[in-house]
Design a protein around this ligand. Sequence first.
Ligand code: NAG
Ligand code: NAG
Ligand code: NAG
Length: 771
Amino acid sequence: MAQLVPSIVLVVILTSRVTCCSEDRKTFIVQVHEEGKPSIFPTHRDWYRSSLSGISNAASVIHTYSTVFNGFSAKLSPSEANKLLSLSHVVALIPEHIRSLHTTRSPHFLGLTTPSPTALLLDTHFGSDLVLGLIDTGIWPERHSFHDRHLSPVPPKWKGLCVSSTGFPPTSCNRKLIGARFFSSGYEATNGNINLTTDFPSPRDSDGHGTHTASIAAGSYVSSASTLGYAKGIASGMAPKARLAVYKVCWNGGCYDSDILAAFDAAVSDGVDVVSLSVGGVVVPYHLDVIAIASFAAVSAGVFVSSSAGNGGPGGLTVTNVAPWLTTVGAGTIDRDFPADVKLGNGKIIPGVSIYGGPGLTPGRMYPLVYAGVGQFGGDGYSSSLCLEGSLDPKFVKGKIVVCDRGINSRAAKGEEVRKNGGVGMILANGVFDGEGLVADCHVLPATAVGATAGDEIRRYIGNSRSTATATIVFKGTRLGVRPAPVVASFSARGPNPESPEILKPDVIAPGLNILAAWPDHVGPSGVPSDGRRTEFNILSGTSMACPHVSGLAALLKAAHPDWSPAAIKSALMTTAYTVDNKGDPMLDESTGNVSLVFDFGAGHVHPVKAMNPGLVYDISTSDYVNFLCNSNYTPNSIHVITRKSANCSGAKKAGHSGNLNYPSMSAVFQQYGKKRMSTHFIRTVTNVGDPNSVYKVTIKPPARTVVTVKPDTLTFKRVGQKLNFLVRVQTREVKLSPGGSSVNSGSIVWTDSKHTVTSPLVVTMQQPLD
Ligand SMILES: *[C@@H]1O[C@H](CO)[C@@H](O)[C@H](O)[C@H]1NC(C)=O
Ligand SMILES: *[C@@H]1O[C@H](CO)[C@@H](O)[C@H](O)[C@H]1NC(C)=O
Ligand SMILES: *[C@@H]1O[C@H](CO)[C@@H](O)[C@H](O)[C@H]1NC(C)=O
């Protein structure tokens, strides 16, 4: 599923082509002054067309935008772009980026169904008045997860459309799926028409990703769900009665900014309450980032936006979708896995995972075991060690179990290459960069995945035993109650935040490994084109799967607290998140097996039931974000692009630094310029959303080598909605670091009354400038 690597390659190619050949056309998002339209133009589109025709007879308007953005998109040559930018009513031209999908018994694990639907779901009528907008690959509407039994009529506030087209009749929508649109002009402006062999020019999902994420967020109850016999049970989304509106923007070649912006524009104008975006790409400054710009307007309009952190982990600085108004979601494991052990000819048993569901290997029989990386295959050992398409020779593979290294092509495609050449099984082995993180796949032949250490051991065994190596794979089905869980998934993208280091990202983690959810009929569960199997459900992994869990929870929180802002919802999710696993130990990192840290999980793993009643929230208004941008040294022009208002930063600068955004976490970044002692402060305001009369006392857990004080140390509230301020002072001293090195320590600030625990992580990063 994960298209991340190929898409990044695509971005690089396009960028280099633009710089090489000056007249190549590229899509730009053009922002214009809202009030500038001369009255002779009946519509904005006419005005935009006319602006364009004045500078080029080749360029045409791709999309116009009017709700979250004022302007249009068009394909322009560099000289046309410059001419357009010189027009007085044009504010900015933003180059288009191409984004990719963030894929690689969750409600039970989150505590929503034990032992019966909890108060959270009952209190909120399961979120039935709330509309979740999914910006993704569309939907397969006939799935049981999207049935509308027991749902009340569509909420009257809804203004969206069910856009019908070939293969997507109006009856595709119902009281569950209340909106469906698709946006392809931006994609087609660069790639030509949609390929009708592989994709549908309609909201119908040809990929599976959008169907999967939509059912995670708001799938209806389906009894007896499973994939090929694995993960049997009742399936339901986080907000099983919330409504879905899908906005298809991702096509076979990726998701284009001009289409994503059109989808946000429609979603906010249609009246969605939550946008779920399991898509991302490069991190650029916010005024060049269409997702950041569009979500700023969405959040300002009261729409909660959750987005996936990306699958670039376990390395640092990999987190994406990092704007402070977004809720950025990383991925954790759940307490369920799918063991499939490797048994080697030397008697060694090596644990692996798989959701292979077809006929197995003959019990008790050992099969010859081969690996191309040890020179058994001849030829180019590199591509055959990875089992790339066309790299294996049936002479060497037939009747054998083949070890394939993870990387380059999809995990399931490796299995297809082995199967095609007569192999009977596959062991998918992590390399050192993948660490010990395992993803279970619906392979097309008996196959299992093993970690980097186990991979080395198996390769060594094959190397040592030459042609006598043997193995088999023993499938053990579904295992529940796995401990420890949650564990931060290896692939989950990590902080620090590359754009705003004083804003800790990701914000939270949620289930994202081996998640069961709905799947279209168009694609086999492995995603390999030749896979003819059809399943109602599929098991996928990625921060793409974690994000819609939080989107669904946000809908439930909004249903219970209609007056909460998106920032208040995020605060509730963050301050009640937990950082210990189901053994009571600090949460581990799947990639190393070591204890995970604050840049891995942010505030921690979401706890929906506690988030319902957080006691206090850290609220943020639109003007607070503007002050943050001012204090982050964004220019008035850049701020205008993001906020569509002229900014006056002189007041904001006086008020302090960007760390003073009223965020539910605190991150201090110190540059060590030979100063022995350094200090900073955070001003925070908490709003009482608990009992009218409540008294909170602070508990400080200072990061190592840091002195932290909080004033006042007691907050006495007299009424609900009351706001009180406090000041956190952080003092630290120089540490020994090599040039360019850094050290990170974390602690926490915790406010407690008799009922609530309101926790904020406090991170201190020391950086040694490069000499
Ligand atoms: C459409 O996709 C099919 C299958 O991948 C491919 O064979 C065909 O060449 C594509 N058509 C065009 C016009 O690109
Ligand atoms: C994980 O812990 C081991 C010791 O148990 C240590 O050697 C290793 O450096 C740690 N890895 C990371 C990435 O911290
Ligand atoms: C910006 O705000 C300050 C006060 O905060 C005011 O003195 C100044 O005139 C304003 N500047 C502009 C350009 O509006």
